[in-house]
Every structure is written in structure tokens, then in C-alpha cells.
Design a protein around this ligand. Structure first.
Ligand code: 4NP
Length: 158
């Protein structure tokens, strides 16, 4: 089982969108029994809360229901238990490095997997309008394709 954790600040906008989008992709590839996907926030503001309404609506427009997700805070054990710990921005990455006592190769920016976009951070859409959420979706979709290729390569290794 390959385990993927998406991490943002609040776990109600970017990382649950990434989780929903990537799970949908993994299910369509028939890999759901080989890849475990989760998301978490670096801060505990929204523990137990559902995703932001705008995040839910954006994902619903793209055919993915994330309404049942519940916010949780990242834990130091996640850094050992997940094969990929993917931060949405550099601030999240710094928080993860502080939590784990240093940088580790599997803890990295999700957009390092992006191909079409040169952006390396998913901007926080929380204080903006709906356009911000569509932009987040486009960045996540780009990086998800690159991550899928990386995981498929790993699964096909002897
Ligand atoms: P997220 O967005 O990190 O993408 O989930 C945010 C959600 C909540 C807050 C900030 C960012 N907040 O300050 O409550």
C-alpha cells in the first residue's frame, strides 16, 4: 500500500480538494486497493469540520463529492506512516519540517509534481472569491497527473 497525505493550513480548502481529486483519479485507475489517500491541516482550527462550502461547490462542479470529509490536524506519526507528505505551500512545508525536526525527501511541495504550471505553491483561497478555488483546482489537477505517474512507476517496480 502506498500512502499519500495532502497537507494545508486549515484542512478545509486545498488539502481536502486534493484528497478528493486524487482519490477520484486513483479509483478511475482501479488502484484504490493499492493507494491510501488522506489529508490534514498544520493547524487545528477546523478539527472535525467539513470542507469549506466553496471548496465543496468547486469539487461538485468537477463531479467529486467531498461533503463527508472531516478536518484533522497533522500528527508527527503521519511523517513516518505516509510515503508522500505533500504540502500546498512553503509555509505548510516549513511547519511540517519543524514538526519532524528537519527536512525529509518524502515531505515536499505537491506542485513539484506539476507539469503544465511553473507555480510551486497552491495559493490559499480562503480569503478570496470563487475564482481562487477554480485556480486551486487547476493546479491540483496538473500536479495530480504527475503524482499518479510517479506512483504508477513505483507500483510497477519489481
Ligand atoms: P486551507 O485554507 O489551508 O486551504 O484549508 C484555510 C482555511 C482556514 C483558514 C486559513 C486557510 N483559517 O485561517 O481559518
Amino acid at each position: 500500500m502506498i500512502k499519500v497525505l495532502f497537507v494545508c493550513l486549515g484542512n478545509i480548502c486545498r488539502s481536502p480538494m486534493a484528497e478528493g481529486l486524487f482519490r477520484d483519479l486513483i479509483e478511475k485507475r482501479d488502484l484504490a486497493d493499492r493507494v491510501h489517500i488522506d489529508s490534514a491541516g498544520t493547524h487545528g482550527y477546523h478539527i472535525g469540520a467539513p470542507p469549506d462550502e466553496r471548496a465543496r461547490q468547486t469539487m461538485a462542479r468537477h463531479g467529486v463529492d467531498i461533503g463527508a470529509f472531516e478536518g484533522r490536524k497533522v500528527d508527527v506519526v503521519d511523517l513516518d506512516q505516509f510515503d508522500y507528505v505533500l504540502a500546498m505551500d512553503r509555509s505548510n512545508l516549513r511547519d511540517l519540517e519543524r514538526l519532524g525536526g528537519g527536512s525529509r525527501p518524502h515531505v515536499r511541495l505537491f506542485l513539484e509534481f506539476a507539469r503544465a504550471s511553473a507555480e510551486r505553491e497552491v495559493p490559499d483561497p480562503y480569503y478570496g472569491g470563487p475564482d481562487g478555488f477554480e485556480h486551486v483546482y487547476a493546479l491540483l489537477e496538473d500536479a495530480a497527473a504527475g503524482l499518479l505517474a510517479d506512483i504508477e512507476q513505483r507500483l510497477n517496480q519489481p
